[in-house]
Design a protein around this ligand. Sequence first.
Ligand code: GDP
Length: 209
Amino acid sequence: MIIKSAEFVKSAVKPDHYPSADLPEIAFAGRSNVGKSSLINTLLNRKRLVKTSRTPGRTQLINFFLINKEFSFVDLPGYGYAKVPASVRKSWGPMIETYLSTRQALKGVVLIMDVRRTPGMQEANFIDWLHYYNKPCVLILTKADKLSKTNRIKQRLAHAKALGVDVDDLVLFSTKSRLGKDAVWNAVEQLIDHAPKKETQLFNNDGST
Ligand code: GDP
């Protein structure tokens, strides 16, 4: 994918605030600090388009970005951040659920997980929930550079088991080495184009760099 333009459009908390839904959208979800902002910036070849979680302001909101004036990336607020007050944390679920269940333009969700951390019920429930709403999901294991190749493979298997998915459905990714960047773009492009998944092209990354 050649990125000709990538611009922040607006932040929103509820449907009234969402920008118009004329273009296909891909949403990015994950636990706070998982590396979601870094992944989006890496995909877009930008250093700071998406602010990291330590930047106050935009992070508790749904942020919309317009890419190549052809499709949108939507950065969903990270969940599970201990420092956030309980009242704010409580409003996250409904805010994200409303977006995911009502947004017609949404073509799929990229769920980002830390390769080192075996996922819990939150991730498993989220995947089930996306299936229920018939939203395709791309599963990413990021920070792969932090593990040896052997441990990456082990952790990928552990994730597959914990989530009840095929190991080939988990894309290893690293913002440092750019591992998995092409695989994520292939998956995203296919979601945008409605094309059926091509398994080998999408998920054949075995951890080699
Ligand atoms: P977010 O809260 O999910 O948006 O996470 P950030 O993108 O802000 O990343 C959290 C921290 O993890 C930052 O210090 C990043 O530099 C680091 N990080 C993110 N992705 C990677 C990666 O692939 N490899 C390594 N080694 N560090 C990463």
